[in-house]
Design a protein around this ligand. Structure first.
Ligand code: SAM
Length: 375
């Protein structure tokens, strides 16, 4: 059993839910606004961490100490890692104000020099290291995470960070992009697949568009099914998946087919559904809630018909779906509440739902996890 500190992304609830879905047997030991500490049998390394979309860093927490013990504990860790040449180190603090970093870092450098060990800290302006800054300290340097929960400070070296280069290579390097269809960020696609709770087996995206979920699923080791009502975007999704297989040496397989998601699909086997449905046309800022009614009615029909088709086909698999919500003038939020109620009455139970939107977006995504029990 090991203890890991996960630094959560800005959508805390979503990141936290993803961890719980990925490691259902892990025991939550401590949590803060931007971190969670878990005991788990799973081995978390960079490869495992790359499957997670919602976390920025992970550290292996070897112990926890009191506030008074913290400087000596860190100084010991640094001295143990000193190999003779100058050590580049950094400390990032969570659940504890960053203003504590300045005295801590200065005292650590002093403690190292008192032992005759040369070192330099990499924190710029005495602030936490961002993911790109972590990459900057290189393999020879080390970053420690300090996560405070109550009176205890969990301490551990960073063992994995978000693969930002991989995300942008997949997002911007793929051959087919289509701003009209809208594109799911790859890390959100990973989170959605993880939220299905299915670690192996085939996943179906019935609204696959340019194929972001299909691509991320392939990289995570799933065989994938991708379908869309529009043959043109489906063609683009195929090109993207072929590109991924070539560029990333992926072994898993994707199958694509034209299909209207509001019709039952009975001839293919899958273990879960993860999809971003139609979000409607792009919307201007400061939307007027009243003017959205015709679009909301149309979208609600699409989603209810989709779930009705799943029911007709006898689908009992977990479904994680992103549906739109709209941010209107005056801070009003319009979402597809009626649809969720009608979907529930078809027998699909809501297990969790999470809002995802950049601050400037008027159309956000409400990610809802459904399960169905018909017995
Ligand atoms: C928001 S886009 C999905 C984007 C996708 N996640 C991506 O990353 O490119 C929604 C997709 O749903 C498709 N769509 C709309 N109505 C559909 C239906 N009834 N059946 C299947 N696909 C549908 C659209 O053609 C569009 O490609």
């Amino acid at each position: 059993m090991s203890t890991y500190i996960f630094i959560l992304g800005k959508d805390r609830e979503l990141s936290f839910a993803e961890l719980k879905a990925c490691y259902p047997r892990a025991k939550l030991k401590a949590e803060g606004d931007d971190f969670a500490v878990f005991d788990t049998d799973e081995k978390i390394d960079q490869a495992e961490f790359n499957r997670l979309g919602g976390c920025l860093k992970a550290g292996k927490a070897n112990y926890s100490v009191s506030r008074a013990e913290l400087p000596d504990a860190l100084a010991r860790e640094l001295a143990n890692r000193h190999s003779g040449s100058k050590l580049d180190f950094a400390v990032s603090v969570y659940g504890w104000p960053e203003k504590n970093l300045r005295p801590l870092l200065v005292s650590l450098r002093k403690a190292m020099s008192a032992k005759g060990l040369s070192s330099r800290f990499a924190n710029q302006k005495f602030l936490n290291l961002s993911v790109p800054q972590h990459k900057g300290i290189g393999k020879k340097g080390i970053e420690f995470i300090v996560a405070r929960s109550g009176e205890r400070f969990f301490v551990g070296p960073v063992i994995a960070v978000q693969d930002i280069d991989g995300y942008s290579r997949r997002d911007y390097g793929k051959p087919f992009r289509n701003m009209k269809v809208g594109m799911l960020p790859p890390k959100l696609a990973q989170i959605m697949i993880n939220l299905t709770g299915v670690k192996e087996g085939k996943v179906w995206d019935p609204f696959c568009g340019t194929g972001t979920l299909v691509m991320e699923g392939l990289l995570m080791g799933h065989d994938m099914l991708g379908s869309d009502v529009d043959p043109k975007v489906l063609d683009g999704a195929k090109k993207n998946a072929d590109w991924l297989v070539r560029e990333f040496g992926v072994k898993n397989k994707a199958e694509f087919f034209v299909h209207d998601a509001t019709r039952p699909m009975r001839d293919k086997i899958f273990g879960a559904i993860a999809a971003e449905g139609y979000l409607g046309p792009p919307q201007p800022p400061h939307l007027e809630a009243g003017r959205l009614s015709p679009l909301v009615v149309k979208l609600e029909k699409l989603y209810v018909d989709f779930f009705r088709a799943l029911k007709e086909a006898g689908c009992e698999k977990p479904v994680v779906i992103a549906m739109p919500f709209f941010r209107c003038a005056g801070g009003k939020i319009v979402d597809l509440k009626d649809a969720t109620g009608r979907i529930a009455s078809l027998g699909f139970l809501v297990q969790g739902s999470y809002r995802y939107a950049r601050p400037d977006q008027s159309v956000g995504r409400l990610i809802t996890c459904f399960s169905r029990k018909c017995r």
